[in-house]
Write a protein that binds this ligand. Structure first.
Ligand code: NAP
Length: 277
């Protein structure tokens, strides 16, 4: 049991990440009370039923009003429109965090906003392909990095509390600026998702056009395409917001793929071995 860090924590978007954080906040005694908001009423009901939250609030604004810490766990395109509105009404004792997968667009969207210093940009490098309140699990963040971004633009006390929160759920902290974050995330997270979608699509089209029977697949295909089950509503905005670095990552990958193609086409065992080693 860690020491309580926050009175009321409000979570906007109780899905995989928001719900998993809620579970850990309780387990480790980091919050006295947890309230939530979901866009879909059935998901809000489910979050209550699963006891992820103590109460559901009618709007993100109403949630922010009663919360000491506001956690924004909605898709990245929604963050950029919601956060400036909430920060405009931030109290000097409140802290806001996001958990979004891209950072430069959000940092730009809140630059110069009133209340900007109450906000700490966070990206826990943990997740699964599942979504919604039923996807929430215990200890999702344990042993995983959480990247804190552009911390010089946040109030030092807010940064200290947010650091204690992530460490309290077992996460390891690293800091960087928004651009470095997006370049890093493009290679380590966003490109693997593009590749999984592309591979899954390759198989789907072959099923349709070449009567391929994908049921014969072994474990390799499943492990490479698991994350292609991730929701479109979350990943499409990530790909669009991280366009520049994602294109760089795809181009680099394409060069490596082309080298494999060449070695295979030319029966060049030595080149193939070199690439594989
Ligand atoms: P999730 O399980 O699908 O939850 C997304 C939440 O956002 C749900 O509560 C959903 O509400 C809400 N939402 C979706 N579209 C919305 C809209 N148009 N307006 C308002 N709310 C909307 O996804 P998640 O994995 O928790 O992702 C949440 C955040 O975490 C994203 O910013 C993502 O980039 C980030 N993240 C994800 C991972 C990962 O691997 N999954 C890892 C690190 C960070 P309803 O369910 O009520 O519709």
């Amino acid at each position: 049991m860690s020491a309580e860090l926050f009175g009321t924590v409000g979570i906007v978007g109780i899905g995989l990440i928001g719900g998993s954080l809620a579970r850990d906040l309780r387990t480790y005694g980091l919050a006295r009370r947890i309230v939530g908001w979901n866009r879909t009423p059935a998901h809000a009901e489910r979050a209550l039923e699963l006891e992820l939250v103590d109460a559901i609030m009618p709007t993100p604004e109403a949630l922010a009003e009663v919360s000491d810490l506001v956690v924004l766990a909605v898709p990245v395109n929604i963050l950029a429109e919601l956060l400036p509105r909430l920060l405009a009404k931030a109290r000097p004792d409140q802290v806001f965090i996001d958990v979004g997968s891209t950072k430069k667009a959000l940092a730009d969207a809140v630059a110069g906003c009133p209340g900007r210093d109450r906000f700490v940009l966070c990206h826990p490098m943990a997740g699964t392909e599942r979504s919604g309140p039923d996807a929430a699990v215990d200890n999702l963040f344990r042993g995983r990095f959480t990247l804190l971004v552009d911390t010089a633009d946040s109030n030092p006390e807010a940064v200290a509390k947010v650091s204690a929160l992530w460490e309290g759920v077992g996460s390891v902290l690293a800091t960087m600026d928004a651009e470095e974050h997006d370049r890093t995330a493009a290679l380590l997270s966003h490109m693997p998702h593009v590749l999984a979608y592309a591979l899954a699509r390759t198989i789907r089209v072959a099923e349709r056009d070449q009567a391929l029977n994908a049921r014969f697949a072994g474990g390799g295909l499943a492990s490479m395409t698991r994350i292609a089950h991730s929701p479109l509503s979350m990943w499409q905005p990530i790909f669009r917001q991280n366009k520049v670095f994602l294109l760089e990552a795809i181009d680099t990958f394409s060069e490596h793929l082309a080298a494999f193609r060449r070695a295979i086409a030319e029966d060049d065992a030595e080149a193939l071995a070199k690439l594989m080693r």
